[in-house]
Design a protein around this ligand. Structure first.
Ligand SMILES: [Zn+2]
Length: 630
């Protein structure tokens, strides 16, 4: 779902069942709210399938659990438990919530299912931070309704603890988590010649040596600058919403840019504004092989389609003007063939199409060149096309690369519509998918990258991904130093002296500004016109009405919590997650829970949205008066 390409997401056949309505005045129970949503047309769990039911006693709950413990295996999706809720909204409100969860709902987890299977191999994945995760490659096995072929092994210690070896029969469990895990080994079934696992010493993505820092469970790839997953991680951070907020760069596009588009750092990315022309686009191609070979039935339709195109034109000297005449449904092939025969007969051809095609229809698994030859049956350029195809590995290479057929250039005597039919046929024959930016996608990307020049200095500072520098720290640093030169020249002591910034952050900032590669990227970004100093607006508009004050936000407010937090930060206040005796104010909205009682206990001042705004106004007018007096 994270993929930015909606076509890819659409192919995944995602569906949902909505199980609750947050606010609806006219209904008073959970069951009614779900049925109300269902009446509006939302997909909801159905009472007649017992997916949702009410009961007045414990036995009813136990019956429901017993029912689903068996029936869940027949569901078309996986489920790991049921949720038991208080139905009446008024009672829910009365019960309230704890810091972590509501008091009116509880989950019941089914006992997780364990199965045994063969451990075929151990693969190693590299994460965005360079962390290595070993993954068990399993003989596919059905666990809790899904086929499992990979399971997590967590880290080297876990492998040693389980003493798991390649070739072992292992127990796999799919608990509450989505990723299944290996939980045990059947040592009795171990082959006599099995050897303990030697954990990898080098990165599987870039072959650099791995290190394991003291006290950490995971191994890390040391090649921070050039290891592809690590580059991808930095770019994902750079473009994320709170950083440079650049749209249209989902994980798949970033992967394409890093692997094929010459992007190794964020300066290379911004540089695409200049570099990414049509030629760059055509050459930035990533291939992935698909497991599905083209299906004979699909190809038959295409085959007949190709024949139809040819016959229509041969018969009348011109192609059919009505495109509907060319549309052939799978079931209508036979009927269509006899129509074609009649047309052919009318103009003096005596052909029996079904007979011609009975032996020449492409079969599943047939070599693609043979399929192509059949589809191009009686095509004027059959021989020339087949000659080029001889040297290629994949049919779609006829469309890209130096050997490609170019309709516009070679002419081919073909009409555009025939050319398009041939192209789609060649793609259908190809057992790999090609990923490349479309021309519209590219211009959108370039436009999004242009936007980077408008982002403020503090956004950029956060986007650079300096360790320990979060949104708030970036803002404090930019407010204090105003531009990158001053920040770069500051020593640890000067940075650590800023209120709210500790020595760890100061050390990390100085380390970055001492790194030649970091400085090189900075310089390029500067040349590319990004904001390296606080705009006058940002420096002056920002208030200090709440400077030095710490806030906690809880409950529902007339505005989102996010924007409430922004308001506080803009006035110099600090927003933290939990109430303590260092908290100055709790901003409590409706349905405030445990934080409110904790604040009352500690004697923390409590504000609502309106009184927060009043507090800001009041402080602003005081400071205005002071500045006038000064
Ligand atoms: Zn690596």
């Amino acid at each position: 779902m994270k993929s930015q390409d909606s076509r890819v997401a659409a192919q995944r056949g995602l569906d949902c069942l909505l199980y609750g309505v947050m606010q609806q005045e006219s209904v008073h129970t959970h069951l009614d709210s779900v049925q109300w949503a269902g009446a509006l047309g939302f997909p909801v769990p159905k009472s007649d399938e017992r997916m949702l039911e009410t009961t007045r006693d414990i036995q009813g709950i136990l019956d429901f659990i017993a029912h689903w413990n068996v029936a869940r295996k027949e569901l078309p999706f996986a489920t790991d438990g049921v949720v038991i809720k208080v139905n009446d909204f008024a009672q829910q409100r009365e019960l309230g919530t704890t810091a972590k969860s509501p008091r009116w709902a509880i989950a019941y987890k089914f006992e997780s299912e364990q199965v045994t299977t063969l451990l075929e191999d151990i693969a190693y994945q590299v994460g965005r931070t360079g962390a290595i995760t070993p993954v068990a490659v399993l003989e596919p096995v059905l666990v809790a309704g899904t086929t499992v072929s990979r399971a997590s092994l967590h880290n080297a210690d876990q492998i040693a603890l389980l003493d798991v070896r390649i070739g072992d029969v292992v127990q796999v469990e799919k608990g509450g988590e989505i990723i299944p895990k290996v939980v045990g080994v059947d040592v009795g079934l171990r082959p006599a010649d099995s050897l303990p696992v030697h954990y990898i010493t080098h990165c599987p993505e870039c072959a650099s040596p791995l290190i394991r820092k003291e006290g950490e469970a995971k191994h890390y790839c040391t090649n921070t600058l050039d290891c592809p997953p690590q580059i991808r991680g930095r770019i994902e951070h750079f473009v994320s919403r709170k950083a440079m907020n650049i749209d249209g760069l989902g994980p798949e596009i970033i992967d394409l840019l890093v692997r094929r588009g010459g992007v190794s750092n964020v300066a290379d990315l911004i540089d695409l504004r200049i570099r990414a022309d049509e030629n760059w686009r055509l050459n930035t191609v990533l291939y992935k092989s698909t497991d599905t070979s083209p299906k004979g039935a699909d190809l038959r339709v295409h085959h007949v389609h190709a024949l139809a195109n040819w016959f229509h034109r041969t018969a009348g000297g011109q192609r059919a003007s009505n495109p509907d005449q060319l549309h052939i449904a799978k079931g209508g092939v036979e009927a269509f063939c006899s129509t074609l025969e009649e047309r052919a007969w009318e103009v003096g051809f005596d052909v029996k199409l079904p007979n011609v095609m009975a032996f020449s229809w492409p079969q599943d698994g047939m070599d693609w060149r043979v399929c192509l030859e059949m589809a191009l049956f009686s095509h004027p350029h059959q021989l020339a096309i087949l000659e080029r195809a001889k040297h290629l590995s994949f049919p779609d290479e006829l469309l890209v690369g130096p050997e490609a057929l170019v309709w516009e250039v070679d002419g081919w005597g073909m009409q555009e519509v025939d050319w398009n039919a041939l192209k789609s046929f060649l793609h259908r024959l190809t057992s790999r998918t090609r990923q490349r930016l479309g021309s519209v996608e590219l211009s959108n990307l370039v436009r999004a990258l242009e936007g980077a020049s408008n982002r403020s200095f503090n956004q950029l500072l956060y986007a650079l991904g300096i360790r320990h520098v979060g949104v708030e720290t970036a803002e404090m640093l930019s407010q204090h130093f105003h531009n990158v030169t001053a920040l770069g020249q500051a020593d640890e002591a000067a940075i650590a002296a800023i209120h709210g910034i500790g020595p760890e952050i100061a050390r990390s900032v100085c380390a970055s500004f001492g790194d030649p590669y970091f400085l090189e990227v900075l310089q390029r970004l500067q040349e590319l016109g990004l904001q390296f100093e606080l705009s006058e607006e940002d420096a002056t508009v920002r208030g200090s009405a709440l400077a030095g004050q710490t806030f906690v936000i809880t409950g529902t407010h007339p505005v989102s919590r996010e924007s409430l937090a922004d308001t506080i930060r803009n006035e110099g206040g600090k927003v933290v997650g939990s109430v303590s005796n260092k908290t100055h104010y709790l901003v409590a909205g409706e349905k405030a829970g445990s934080k409110l009682s904790k604040a009352e206990e500690l004697g923390v001042s409590i504000l609502d949205h309106a009184s927060l705004l009043a507090l800001i106004n009041q402080s602003q007018s005081i400071s205005d008066t002071e500045s006038k007096e000064n």
